[in-house]
Design a protein around this ligand. Sequence first.
Ligand code: ATP
Ligand code: MG
Length: 422
Amino acid sequence: MHDILPSDMHLWHQLEKTVRTVFSSYGFSEIRIPVVEKTELFARAIGEATDVVEKEMYSFEDRNGDFLSLRPEGTAGVVRAAIQNNLLYAAPLRLWYMGSMFRRERPQKGRTRQFHQVGAEVFGAAGPDIDAELLVMCQRIWRGLGLSGLRLEINSLGTADERSQYRKELHGFLSANSQELDADSLRRLDRNPLRILDSKNPEVQNLLKDAPSLYDYLGDESNQHFSACRSLLEAFGVNYTVNPRLVRGLDYYSHTVFEWITDQLGAQGTVCAGGRYDGLVEIQGGRPWPGVGFAMGQERLVELMRNQAEPEPEVPHVYLVLAGAGSVENGLKLAEQLREHVPGIRAQSNLGGGSFKSQFKRADRSGARLAIVLGEDELRLGQATIKHLRDDTSQEQVALDQLSTWFRQWLGQETGSKDPGA
Ligand code: ATP
Ligand code: MG
């Protein structure tokens, strides 16, 4: 479990701001669900035979004997909340969430035990149109974050019946070749053989080349759903490849599943994964209500943003250098005035006194573009000196009662030149 340090916070904020804006432009509403839920909720929703439920959950017995778990993912809780709060009548219901998830995985690059996901879920829309729209929306988020080089892989898992037919065939094939399976795959063989398709072991992958293909078991309806989704993606200009081995860890997934993958993060390159889960609401005691959604790994996206996009860290705009009698009290008041009257300004006052020289050193280290200098001379004249710390624009004197106006103008130009579209 990691700290997220102030030096990274601008990336997190940019990610959060972008998803918020994009989700709302597609008609999604935010939902916040508890971090702790009953263990059985996850066991039922995610599936007993999945890695998450078998060995990754942080579970504990509450004082009253309830079995509880820290949430390992968001979908189960969102479905529970939608049923309990009667949200599903408003179908199609579009929800999004953001927050920490917990899985006791082997720590490695790209995998932590507390991580953060942004997720979206749509209930009550059964067609391929929403599958495609979700993927178009993801693409808009990547663009908004300045990310490139993400590729989309999709697959169809058909219906539960089709899959159970296929599961038998696959199980037969894998059992006959069990001497070529690794320990992980052997463990999955009887309980969740489809998950073996997803194995990262090259030897297992080699064996799978000869395995039966799910596509031979898909019926007309499944084929139509998949090809309609693909046509829509093409119409929207979303590039994808079909990966017949792409499966999700959960039993109830159906039809479209997908992953957005980058090659720039090493082995853990999936930044967003999801698909259709038409059985899930019913499993949890609701009406048979179709669902589809995805979850993005925020840590991995932030890492990519750090490598690719380089947005500017959030440093103060202005540092107040306060030296001489009366300058501290007047300076702190001035900073308050700026915060009051210049929306968005980031002002940092010098604390703890010091000579002009040492205060300018701190101003420089703060990263601020400007300094307001308030000394005894300035106070006597009722004005402040504004110094440009990052270029050689000459300094100027501004009357104290004009300072807010001056900074509103400066900030307007600053943000205007950085973000011409805004
Ligand atoms: P895998 O098969 O790689 O374990 P998963 O099926 O467990 O993947 P999901 O549950 O679909 O992954 O999670 C969606 C996304 O959340 C992942 O693509 C990834 O970006 C992120 N994620 C999942 N687990 C972790 C983790 N332990 N640390 C950091 N990010 C994670
Ligand atoms: Mg996992």
